[in-house]
Design a protein around this ligand. Structure first.
Ligand code: NDP
Length: 289
């Protein structure tokens, strides 16, 4: 193993390449491994070392950052590593997957004498290296603290707790909102396009519509207090409005799967007796699965 300013990065998709690049920018010795070696070319040109095998890459450093598509890829790579090589390593797993799979991988690592820190990065590759960006981490606190400085080269760090599933959970909470909100934008762009309106023309209105902070600030304390009173909005109004959205979309010949799913949810809320309550009462409908 080398000094503190050295790290192994396994997985060179857009994220892993950005991470390895951020370490090179900060003067780290970087060892790489990727299933498709050609993706390492530019980083090797900048001074990184491409290991010949996952075993060699893990052996090179105490801290191993993994940026893989998912945890199937994690096992596909690390199953090939001698358990004796894994022993004593810290595996920083920044691959996306479920909290349960993160817990299983932490146990898998522990059986081999390694420690997993689970991570979840909230920014695209262009945000890697920006201290204002956020990544969640969970796992043993002492191990996180020992490596915080190295992890901070990638992004700001938000330690969520000892449970290895927590970073994955907070990451997926963000992704629930991210994918749904972004898909709503794509839906609006498709509808606008059907009427000859460009994405550029829509942009200021899209930014405004997705700036939901004031709604979140309003609903959050009421939700935590279990208060879904219909004093400001009623779910029956929400259902009628959602139906108007669906019909506007389908009248334009645009795919209506997303607004139809929202109408279905709102209708189930009304059928569950929530019609006179706020649309926030859908939280209670959703909890019942
Ligand atoms: P990619 O899926 O593009 O690449 C990830 C890496 O996984 C590649 O190096 C790929 O190898 C490797 N891989 C996949 N399957 C296997 C396998 N079976 N065996 C060995 N290696 C495998 O992901 P990204 O780089 O875009 O992202 C990495 C992680 O970060 C993902 O979990 C993603 O959800 C998350 N993330 C991505 C963001 C983004 O904007 N891209 C933003 C925030 C988080 P190969 O090169 O050989 O295909």
């Amino acid at each position: 193993m080398k000094n503190d300013l050295s790290v192994t990065v396994i997985g060179l998709g857009p994220m892993g390449r950005a991470m390895a690049g951020a370490y090179l920018d900060r003067g780290y010795e970087v060892t790489l491994w990727n299933r498709t070696p050609s993706r390492a070319a530019e980083l090797v040109r900048r001074g990184a070392v491409l290991a010949a095998s996952p075993d060699e890459a893990v052996a090179a450093n105490g801290l191993v950052v993994l940026s893989l598509t998912d945890y199937d890829a994690f096992y596909a790579v690390l199953d090939a590593v001698d358990p004796a090589t894994l022993a004593g390593r810290v595996l920083v797993n920044l691959s996306s997957d479920t909290p349960q799979r993160a817990r299983e991988a932490a146990a898998w690592a522990a059986e081999r004498g390694a420690v997993q820190l689970t991570g979840g990065i909230l920014v695209p590759p262009s945000g890697v290296g920006d201290p204002a960006a956020t990544a969640f981490y969970s796992g043993p606190r002492d191990v996180f603290d020992a490596h915080r400085a190295t992890l901070s080269v990638l992004t700001g760090t938000d330690y969520r707790g000892e449970d290895p599933g927590l970073a994955a959970l907070f990451y997926q909470l963000n992704m629930v909102m991210f994918w749904t909100a972004l898909t709503s934008y794509w839906q609006a762009v498709a509808l606008a396009g059907a009427h000859g309106i460009t994405a550029g023309e829509l942009l200021p209105y899209a930014r405004n519509a997705l700036d939901l902070g004031q709604f979140l600030d309003f609903y959050t304390p009421r939700i935590d207090a279990g208060h879904h009173g219909g004093d400001v909005d009623r779910l029956t109004m929400g259902l009628a409005s959602a139906e108007h959205v669906l019909h506007t979309v389908t009248d334009a010949g645009v795919d209506g799967a997303l607004p139809a799913a929202i109408v279905d949810l709102f209708r189930r809320g009304v059928e569950a007796g929530r019609g006179d309550d706020s649309a926030s009462s859908l939280v209670e409908v959703l909890k019942k699965g």
